[in-house]
Write a protein that binds this ligand. Structure first.
Ligand code: ADP
Ligand code: ADP
Length: 243
């Protein structure tokens, strides 16, 4: 059994009478500890796939068909509370840099308090100790806890998002364009951190990007999406080497 099995997943966005068919029957598997890349041009459905897998796809997005099994447990059809419980048992998302990954009116310590509360850690001193240790793993100083998102650089905010995802002790992390909004040198150092964290912790990963070179440097397998479908999948060498 794979860690994650997505079968014939169909997702629509419905706005009044307008329907966007974002995923038109996507299948994909991720084994324990495997690092896969999902590439494709803007609008092809990568984020939709990522958010559906982690269980955070919400209206106007609807799963209208197919199945998402995580460790054999079906995610499709669960209510929000059930999905949240499941997320806290192994799924995490690192959202796009610069997107609403962090709450602008909440301190970084507040973010850790919220995420750790979901894992049963509520005692203030314990939250702080866990947060400091997680920040250290992403090369951030403890003083960051007192900061608000706007006081940090883009790269630091993305490291905080990484640490928040790690707080869930995930077995599968979905990275959705985690470095796209960052400038090149910052991007490289965040990618290096992602790589070494994955090697140290052994979580499986789905790394979503439109940058095939970046994906090739990280992933052992690449799935190529086009217009809501996976049009090609295979070992990175084979997919990337195509002329
Ligand atoms: P990608 O991540 O590859 O850029 P997305 O998954 O974001 O692609 O989008 C897939 C399709 O779904 C696109 O046509 C996009 O416009 C549409 N879409 C995404 N999010 C929404 C939304 N919240 N409401 C309506 N349409 C959406
Ligand atoms: P739902 O609509 O399913 O209730 P929410 O939009 O309320 O989901 O998501 C908030 C939940 O996401 C919180 O329970 C929080 O602990 C959890 N969460 C916070 N950060 C992450 C992350 N990086 N990855 C996955 N889940 C997270």
């Amino acid at each position: 059994m794979s860690l994650l099995e997505v079968r014939d997943l169909v997702v629509d966005y419905r706005m009044g009478t307008t329907v966007v068919h974002a995923l038109r029957g996507v299948s994909l598997e991720v084994d324990e500890g495997q690092f896969i890349g999902v590439v494709g041009e803007s609008g092809c459905g990568k984020s939709t796939l990522g958010t559906a897998v982690v269980g955070v796809l919400g209206p106007p997005g609807f799963i209208v068909g197919g199945s998402i099994r995580f460790r054999g447990v079906e995610l499709v059809g669960l209510d929000a509370a059930q999905r949240r419980a499941l997320r806290h048992r192994g799924l995490a998302l690192v959202p796009q840099a610069g997107m609403n990954a962090l709450n602008p009116v909440r301190s970084i310590e507040g973010h850790f308090r919220d995420v750790l509360a979901g894992t049963g850690v509520r005692h203030r001193a314990e939250v702080r100790a866990r947060a400091v240790s997680l920040l250290e793993q992403v090369a951030l100083a403890p003083s960051v806890l007192r900061s608000y998102p706007h006081e940090l650089s883009g790269g630091m905010r993305q490291r905080v998002a990484l640490a928040l995802a790690l707080a869930l002790e995930p077995q599968l992390v979905v990275f959705d364009e985690p470095t796209t909004a960052l400038d090149v040198l910052v991007q490289r150092s965040v990618v290096d951190t992602i790589r070494s964290l994955q090697q140290a912790r052994g979580f499986a990963a789905i790394f979503i990007s439109h940058d095939i070179g970046l994906v090739a440097s990280l992933a052992s397998r690449v799935d190529v999406m086009y217009a809501g479908e996976v049009v090609e999948a295979g070992p990175t060498e084979r997919v990337v080497a195509r002329p």
